[in-house]
Write a protein that binds this ligand. Structure first.
Ligand SMILES: [Zn+2]
Length: 103
């Protein structure tokens, strides 16, 4: 199924995604940064990086009502790995671990 909203991760280029990242559902990169950016995630607009996420599992973390109505939105605290606290590596297993921490 072709979805209107695509998942993006935004974070500070300078500090890196480990410092913190938001999950944004938007139509494109520009819109993702426009609706997701705030002073907590990156110091400046220029410092705010946007990466497309290609894994479909991430749609589980969207606000399902907004997803259905194609309303762009930001998830500031998606479920993250209980070990490394990163949410963008992979789907979490039953122990709350990402792919990298399972090994
Ligand atoms: Zn992990």
């Amino acid at each position: 199924m072709e979805r209107t909203l695509k998942p993006y991760m935004i974070y500070s280029r300078e500090l890196g995604a480990r410092h913190g990242a938001y999950l944004v559902f938007a139509r494109n990169r520009q819109q993702a940064r426009l609706i997701g950016y705030d002073g907590d995630i990156a110091d400046t607009w220029i410092d705010c990086a946007v990466n497309r996420i290609n894994d479909n599992y991430i749609y589980k973390y969207a606000n399902q009502d907004y997803l259905k109505s194609n309303t762009p939105h930001t998830i500031k605290n998606p479920p993250s790995c209980s070990h490394c606290h990163i949410w963008s590596v992979s789907e979490l297993d039953e122990n709350g671990l990402c792919q990298d921490c399972r090994k």
